[in-house]
Design a protein around this ligand. Structure first.
Ligand code: PLP
Length: 405
């Protein structure tokens, strides 16, 4: 039964898939369905690299089956690079949240994207159509052709014209890192025709947006960010249909960028609080965006239409002095943690992107990217206000007076 809660607002459950429970319920229960029967409460963490079996004929048959179609091994695991039960729980849960048939986890977000590119290249589909901005390293991986891909950069309106017979992938990020630019996913999916669309959903998370419901065939996450949510686990995952998942599992087995079981455990745990964390941080982020937008020291604020916990803003003054000036906020790259982080994309997250391309993608040298955490909004504002320097704002003065400072 699907109660009309706030969780159904973005078309959840996703079109074409069976009715599911609400998002917050799935976040807590998906991937854990067998625990009661096992007599467990917390999911087991299986660190085995190998698994014993006296039936080597049976193992041979199962390995042949995996080589042939990439389906998840039936029966007990064989070797950790082929699959791990703790990681499989995380994959099950993430697929449920994204509304896809399957999900395949990797050692990092970049490992996940690499696997997608390798899987497409292996079919001779080396051409990628992509829309800037993308996360700096994704941009670099495509632009440098490190894995043999050839990229055509375009805007969303140019996608259909950029497609070629050897186009294996269209890639967009929405909201994009670091400008929070959004694309109309449904329109983009339509423009792709039969070419698979990959949406990097790291910033929105399935709490705010489920791209599969808009026609994306592959949904990528740097699980290092919101899915883990505590700044202490690195991982990546691709949510997709089972046909794609089979190819990705084969690439993962052959190339080895597996997610560590402990990371799988922590990511599964992270998912259970994902809706609560994202919603709470989004409320604070929207308030900070509102205050920044009317602050004379700020030239421009970027905050997505769909909301979220990321805010980007361009300062009139020196962005480096803001980074040097924060005391509560952590001056660090990455995002999606319980604590608020700030970084200067032109210096760090997008440093690897050529300056002309960076500017062309709308990444100004005065842009700062703020990942809002779970602190009290007034403490964050006081810190930002101080780091922005110059004239104290009216609001900060009033608060200081009220607190007798
Ligand atoms: C961080 C990030 C990545 C890369 O993920 P890693 O886990 O660092 O490899 C990809 N896409 C986006 C949007 C990111 O923010």
């Amino acid at each position: 039964m699907n109660l009309p809660t706030q969780d159904t607002q973005d078309g959840f459950p996703v079109d074409g898939l069976p009715a599911r429970r609400g998002l917050a319920t799935e976040a807590v229960h998906a991937g854990r369905e067998d625990l009661v029967a096992l007599g467990l409460h917390a999911p087991p963490l299986d660190l085995s690299t190998t698994y014993p079996s006296h039936d080597s004929r049976g193992e041979a048959a199962r390995l042949d089956a995996f080589a042939a179609d990439g389906a998840e091994l039936a029966g007990p695991p064989v070797y950790a690079r082929l699959g791990n039960p703790t990681v499989a729980r995380f994959e099950t849960a993430l697929a449920r949240l994204e509304g896809t048939e399957s999900a395949v986890a990797f050692a990092s977000g970049m490992a996940a994207l690499s696997a997608v590119l390798l899987a497409r290249n292996a079919l001779g589909l080396r051409h990628v159509v992509a829309v800037r901005p993308l996360y700096g390293c994704s941009d670099h991986l495509l632009n440098a052709g490190l894995l043999g891909s050839e990229v055509t950069w375009t805007d969303p309106a140019g996608i259909a014209d950029a497609l070629r017979p050897d186009t294996g992938l269209v890639m967009v990020e929405s909201p994009a890192n670091p400008t929070l630019a959004e694309v109309d996913l449904r329109a983009v999916a339509h423009a792709c025709g039969s070419v698979p669309l990959l949406v990097d959903n790291t910033f929105a998370t399935p709490v705010l947006q489920r791209p599969a419901g808009h026609g994306a065939r592959l949904v990528l996450h740097s699980a290092t960010k919101y899915l883990g949510g505590h700044g202490d686990v690195m991982g990546g995952v691709v949510a997709c249909d089972e046909e794609m998942a089979r190819r990705l599992r084969q690439v993962r087995f052959a190339t080895g960028a597996v997610l560590h079981p402990l990371a799988g455990y922590l990511l599964l745990r992270g998912l259970s609080t994902l809706p609560v964390r994202v919603r709470a941080a989004s409320v604070t982020a929207a308030e900070l965006a509102r205050r920044l937008a009317v602050d004379p020291r700020v030239a421009r604020v970027h905050y997505p239409r769909i909301g979220g916990a990321m805010v980007a803003f361009e300062v009139h003054g020196d962005p480096h002095s803001v980074i040097a000036g924060v005391r509560l906020i952590t001056p660090a790259v990455s995002l999606g943690s319980v604590d608020t982080l700030i970084q200067h994309p032109a210096s760090i997250s997008h440093r690897i992107v050529d300056e002309t391309d960076r500017h062309g993608a709308g990444v100004s040298d005065r842009l700062l990217r703020l990942s809002v955490g779970l602190e009290d909004v007034e403490d964050l504002w006081t810190d930002l206000d101080g780091a922005l320097g110059g004239e104290r704002t009216e609001g900060a003065r009033r608060k200081e007076m009220a607190e007798g400072r």
